[in-house]
Design a protein around this ligand. Structure first.
Ligand code: 6PG
Length: 267
């Protein structure tokens, strides 16, 4: 297990969500104090959205300059604007509507009723990522010779499926195999709804920190496989590796198959 992977169990779903919210607020504050702005990639799913609700409830949220937080999405369902299944809508209801974000810094994936087809939604998001990356590149003296395809992600949140999917990258499917692209369209998702837009694993792994959040006994096997060094094609979560840090933030039930030697307890 490489040194920059940390596995932390929490006593319950609620403690996991509240603690992850506290971590996120602290991380945003630390990055803003260093860089003036911070960037987080949000995830759908029960823990991801519950975490945003906890952020919205936390008094510490008042310390964050929300107008200088850039929000991206790891994936979204390709559904109409007002569909309750849209990760953007769930994130807005949980947090984005409750803190003073700068709308220009909130980057939602296109809903199905705003574009001609899935391909256009994928192309639009890739272009938006590239535009943000170029702007950062032009403002950064220490930048590489060429702008990257995506901007700097300080924290990238990932939920975890029982099949060890992350974002909308599912075992053995085309999305997890996709190379050389920042964003991919997903058809026939095993998890409904069937059509989605997702960041690719390459893009996910460009993040400074990846936080995989999972709760429930139905995730224990996926966590165990994800930490056992399995192939990312069969176990997408095993391919997630942040540049500086990868955190597995779990409740006790999801952590049940993690070897004790790998565990770092916080409670
Ligand atoms: C989605 C999510 C997906 C989710 C996991 C975990 O759009 O569905 O991005 O990757 O995070 O499936 O979801 P649960 O925590 O609800 O099981």
């Amino acid at each position: 297990m490489s040194a920059n992977v940390r596995i932390t169990p929490h006593p319950s779903f609620d403690v996991l969500a509240a603690t992850t919210a506290a971590r996120l607020i602290t991380r945003l504050l630390d990055v803003q104090s260093e860089r003036g702005e911070a960037t987080v990639v949000l995830t759908g799913g029960s823990v991801g959205i519950a975490t945003l609700r906890e952020v919205a409830k936390s008094p510490a949220r008042l310390a964050v300059d929300w107008g200088k937080v850039n929000f991206w999405f790891g994936d979204d369902r390709f559904v109409p604007t007002d569909s309750p299944e849209r990760n953007y809508g769930q994130a807005a209801e949980a947090l984005l509507n409750h803190v003073p974000v700068d709308p220009a810094r909130v980057h939602a994936m296109a809903p199905s009723d705003s574009v001609a087809d899935l391909g256009e939604a994928v192309a639009l998001y890739a272009a938006e990522l590239a535009c943000a990356a170029r702007t950062e590149w032009e403002n950064d003296d220490a930048s590489p010779d060429e702008p990257p395809a995506v901007p700097r992600f300080d924290v990238l949140l990932l939920g975890l499926g029982p099949d060890a999917h992350i974002a909308s990258l599912f075992p053995e499917m085309a999305g997890i195999r996709t190379k050389g692209a920042a964003v991919v369209g997903v058809l026939n998702s095993p998890k409904p709804p069937p059509v989605r837009v997702s960041l690719t694993l390459e893009t996910i792994n460009s993040a400074q920190e990846i936080w995989i959040v999972a709760a429930g006994a139905d995730k224990a096997a996926a966590v165990g496989l994800g930490l056992a060094g399995a192939s990312e094609i069969q176990v997408p979560a095993s391919g997630a590796r942040g540049v500086n840090k990868t955190m597995w933030l779990l409740d006790e039930a999801a952590a049940a198959k993690v070897p004790a030697a790998l565990m770092r307890r916080e409670n």
